[in-house]
Design a protein around this ligand. Structure first.
Ligand SMILES: [Zn+2]
Length: 126
């Protein structure tokens, strides 16, 4: 291979390598967005507010949501994608018909699961 062709060869190679670099950066940003979208307080599945899902070190608490029965650290954690959360949510809404999972005494007065999700800025599965 002539020196000139060799240079062209490497030059061609450098284009895909740099585009991979950009992809990696945006993937990292998406992961960071996921992390930000999950709050320490409140269930990321059903929006029930009275549950602490992450501790001060952003570790899952293994608390179980009284409302939908999802467990922090078992069903979801900081690395869960919005798609994964939506899948669990869909099951709770469609299969379980938003059934209250835990102690019935803890059901808030005038409880409305759809309103609860709306308040928590959670997309309601259609
Ligand atoms: Zn829940």
């Amino acid at each position: 291979m002539a020196v000139e062709n060799l240079w062209l060869f490497f030059n061609k190679l450098s284009i895909p390598v740099s585009s991979i670099g950009i992809e990696k950066t945006s993937m990292l940003n998406n992961k960071m967005l996921n992390a930000i979208s999950m709050n320490k307080q409140g269930c990321p599945i059903c929006g029930f507010a009275d549950i602490t899902v992450l501790d001060d070190f952003n570790c899952t608490t293994f608390e179980i949501c009284e409302c939908c029965g999802s467990e922090s650290g078992a069903e979801f954690d900081l690395r869960s994608t919005p798609e994964h959360l939506a899948k669990i949510r869909l099951k709770w809404v469609k299969q379980d018909n938003c059934k209250w999972w835990g102690n019935k005494k803890l059901i808030p007065p005038n409880w409305n699961p759809k309103e609860q999700m709306e308040l928590a800025n959670i997309e309601i599965p259609q």
